[in-house]
Design a protein around this ligand. Structure first.
Ligand code: AMP
Ligand code: ZN
Ligand code: ZN
Length: 411
C-alpha cells in the first residue's frame, strides 16, 4: 500500500515537472513569425485634435485598436528631443539631443536642425534608437524621415532611409512605405517609421483652435485612410501593427503676452543663447549667471532656472550639453529677443511637458494590440520598450517602465 502511494506521488511529480518543462519551452519559442511595426509621427498633433472635426479613419483606429487619452512628451516639448526620445526610450537629458539647437561641449560642435551636416553627424546622437537595436539583432528597418535616422549611430542606420525633404508629397511617402512592406521576405523591413509635419506648421501659424487646424486634421485623417487602404492590399496586412504618435501638442499664444529678454537683462551678460518661443537655453559669461537669474526671475509669465536648480522631474540637468540657464515661458506666453522676433503667431510648444496642451497622441492597431481599448495617459519614453517587445528584440537599457505601456498589448 505504502509502496503504491510512493509510486503514484512520484508519477504525479514527474507529470508536473514535464508540464513545467514544456510550458517554459513554449514560452521561449515564438508561436508565429515575427510581427511588423509601422510607426507614423504626426508632428504637433495635439491629444484632442481628433474631436475637432470629422476623422473617420482615426475613429476606426479608436474602435478597433488602442487609443491614449494623451501622450506626455519629455522635456523640452520640442520636435527633435521628443522624436529621439520616442526612438530611444531615453529622456533628452540622457540621449542628449537636448533641443532643436544647442552646443555640445563633449564634441565641441553646435547642433542645429536646419543644418544637414549636423543632422547627419552621428556623434550628436547618444543612446540607441529602436532601428539600431533591431538592425544589430539582424532585423531590417526603414525610415521615411525620423530624427536620427539620417546618421550612422553605433555603426548602424536603417537599411532603407531618406534625406529629409520638407515638401515631399505625402502620398508618395506612403507609396515608398508600402513598397518597402511589399519587398521579398529577406529584404522586407520589420520596422518602418515615417513622418508628416503639417499639423505643426499650421498650429504655429493659426493656433490649435483655428479653422485651419480642423482642415489640416481632416486632411491628415484622410492620408491615414489612404495608408490603411494600401496596407490592406499587402500580403502581410494581418501581421502589421500600425502605431500613430505625435512628438508634442500645441498651446495657443495670447496677443500681448510677449517677453523680450533684452528689456529685462543686459545682453552683455550672455555668451550664447539657443531657441526661443517658449523655450531657451542661455550660456552666461563668467560670473554673470546670477545677474541673469535675478533679472529674469521677476518677470511675469516666465520660469527661469540655473542649471543645477532645474527640477528633477524634467530629467534634464545631467547632460553636459544643457546650458547654464534654462528659460521656459508659461502657457500662452512668448519669450524671445527683439532681433529674433516672435516667429509664431498662433501657437507654440516647448512649454512644461506636464502642461496638457503639450500632450500628443498614441494610437495602435494590429495583431498585438487590444481592441477598443482606452489606454489613459501614456508617456513617450515607454514606446521604445513597446516596439522592442512586439518585434521580439532585446531592448537596450532605457528610461521606460514596461508596466506603464504593456497593458495596451493583448495578453
Ligand atoms: P519645431 O516646431 O521647431 O520643434 O520643429 C518642427 C520642424 O522640424 C518641422 O517643420 C520639420 O520641418 C522639421 N523637421 C522634422 N524632422 C526633420 C528632419 N529629420 N530633418 C530636418 N528637419 C526636420
Ligand atoms: Zn514637433
Ligand atoms: Zn513646432
Amino acid at each position: 500500500m505504502k509502496k503504491t502511494i510512493i509510486i503514484i506521488l512520484a508519477v504525479l511529480a514527474l507529470i508536473v515537472l514535464l508540464q513545467d518543462f514544456f510550458l517554459k519551452k513554449k514560452k521561449n519559442t515564438p508561436l508565429s513569425p515575427r510581427p511588423y511595426v509601422v510607426m507614423l509621427s504626426l508632428d504637433g498633433f495635439r491629444w484632442d485634435y481628433q474631436d475637432k472635426t470629422e476623422t473617420p479613419n482615426l475613429d476606426f483606429l479608436t474602435k478597433n485598436g488602442v487609443k491614449a487619452d494623451g501622450l506626455q512628451p519629455a522635456f523640452p516639448s520640442k520636435t527633435f528631443p521628443n522624436h529621439y526620445t520616442i526612438a530611444t526610450g531615453l529622456y533628452p537629458g540622457n540621449h542628449e539631443l537636448i533641443s532643436n539647437s544647442f552646443y555640445a561641449p563633449d564634441i565641441n560642435n553646435h547642433y542645429t536642425m536646419g543644418d544637414r551636416s549636423k543632422v547627419e553627424n552621428g556623434k550628436f546622437y547618444k543612446g540607441e534608437p529602436i532601428w539600431v537595436t533591431a538592425e544589430a539583432q539582424r532585423v531590417k528597418t526603414a525610415s521615411y524621415f525620423w530624427v536620427g535616422s539620417e546618421a550612422k549611430i553605433k555603426g548602424y542606420q536603417p537599411t532603407y532611409w531618406k534625406k529629409y525633404d520638407h515638401n515631399f508629397p505625402y502620398e508618395q511617402r506612403i507609396d515608398s512605405v508600402i513598397n518597402w512592406l511589399e519587398k521579398p521576405y529577406g529584404e522586407r523591413p520589420h520596422l518602418v517609421t515615417w513622418y508628416l509635419d503639417q499639423t505643426d506648421g499650421v498650429g504655429h501659424k493659426f493656433g490649435p483652435d483655428s479653422p485651419e487646424i480642423k482642415t489640416s486634421v481632416h486632411y491628415l485623417d484622410s492620408i491615414v485612410g489612404i495608408f490603411i487602404n494600401k496596407l490592406n492590399s499587402t500580403k502581410i496586412k494581418d501581421s502589421v501593427n500600425f502605431i500613430i504618435v505625435s512628438d508634442h501638442g500645441m498651446g495657443a499664444l495670447t496677443e500681448g503676452k510677449t517677453i523680450y529678454l533684452e528689456e529685462h537683462m543686459n545682453l552683455n551678460w550672455m555668451d550664447t543663447s539657443f531657441g526661443k518661443n517658449p523655450f531657451a537655453l542661455i550660456d552666461a559669461k563668467e560670473d554673470c549667471a546670477d545677474s541673469i537669474i535675478n533679472s529674469l526671475k521677476k518677470i511675469e509669465g516666465l520660469s527661469v532656472w540655473k542649471k543645477e536648480d532645474i527640477p528633477e522631474r524634467f530629467h534634464y540637468k545631467q547632460s553636459k550639453r544643457v546650458s547654464d540657464i534654462v528659460v521656459v515661458a508659461d502657457s500662452g506666453w512668448t519669450v524671445t529677443y527683439k532681433n529674433k522676433g516672435r516667429s509664431y503667431t498662433g501657437g507654440t510648444h516647448g512649454y512644461d511637458n506636464t502642461n496638457k496642451d503639450m500632450y500628443g497622441i498614441f494610437y495602435g492597431i494590429g495583431p498585438n494590440f487590444k481592441t477598443n481599448y482606452n489606454a489613459g495617459t501614456l508617456y513617450n519614453v515607454d514606446i521604445y520598450n513597446l516596439i522592442a517587445n512586439i518585434l521580439e528584440i532585446k531592448p537596450a537599457p532605457n528610461d521606460g517602465t514596461p508596466e506603464n505601456i504593456f497593458h495596451v498589448l493583448k495578453e
